[in-house]
Design a protein. Structure first.
Length: 264
């Protein structure tokens, strides 16, 4: 029996000319490794060399080959980071969800869906994945336009996607792209039971049960790439262990801080 599962494609990230393994599946697995809970990562990889670093983390992995490799380039202008999407990954289809992926999820009651772009998990695929389980969705699956070039965030997502989501995690820039503002009423209108707004070292806001509550964080001087996916995986695990939304966000925040600081 699996307590929590993660599904998403691996990516090829190029930072200052250096190739790194990326994608929500990889970064969530880093968090799951620290948690030590019963988990599984379900992924697609367009290149076989992307798999060994994921497998080396020690979290059970189920995978299939993909016809395309999501690829991102990172450029720095002083302290400002700019992203470019060099290749768009292939979508996860309803057939994927209903066949091999469903079997690979191992009956996990909570699932972190980790898209890299809006096209990764269409509403029909999420509907299949959500049968019999609760979904935590990363907001990249709403805000990121699936197009080659400088990364574009906008609000052109299919609202039907949110019908199958229990908890939605939005980084501040994603929230500002898809919402008119960050007020409580805008969060409520999304129609998702739990919404998590993350602000990096400034912590997060949790909207659940009709209440908005802030969860503080401690600044950590480290590369925060993938912190959002580790947060989502830890949140899903905590919710699966019957922690309330705010308590789950606190536990997820503590895990991310430990991960970034190298304390664990």
């Amino acid at each position: 029996m699996v307590d929590v599962a993660v599904i998403g494609s691996l990516s090829r990230d190029v930072v200052a000319g250096e190739m790194r393994v990326g994608g929500g599946a990889f970064h969530a697995a880093r968090g799951l490794r620290l948690l030590g809970c019963r988990s599984v990562v379900v992924t697609k990889a367009g290149r076989p060399d992307l798999l060994p670093p994921l497998v080396a983390l020690g979290v059970p992995v189920r995978h299939r080959a993909a016809g395309a490799t999501p690829t991102f380039s990172f450029f720095y202008d002083g302290d400002d980071r700019h992203m470019r999407m060099d290749e768009v990954g292939e979508p996860w289809t309803p057939e994927d969800a209903e066949s091999w992926a469903c079997s690979a999820l191992g009956g996990a009651p909570w699932l972190h869906v980790a898209p890299l772009a809006r096209s990764d998990f269409p509403a029909e695929t999420l509907a299949a994945l959500a049968r019999g389980r609760r979904v935590v969705l990363d907001g990249q699956g709403l805000a990121r336009a699936p197009q080659v070039g400088p990364l574009v965030l906008d609000d052109a997502f299919d609202p039907a996607v949110l019908r199958h989501v229990t908890a939605l995690k939005l980084a501040e820039e994603e929230a500002r792209a898809i919402l008119p503002d960050l007020e409580e009423e805008s969060l409520r209108r999304l129609g998702v039971p739990e919404v998590l707004l993350t602000f990096g070292s400034q912590g997060s806001l949790v909207w659940a049960d009709g209440r908005l509550e802030r969860v503080p964080a401690h600044p950590v001087d480290a590369d925060a790439t993938g912190a959002g996916d580790a947060f989502c995986a830890a949140y899903a695990a905590a919710r699966g262990a019957r922690h309330a939304p705010v308590a789950a966000a606190r536990r997820a925040t503590a895990l991310v801080e430990a991960l970034l600081s190298g304390r664990a």
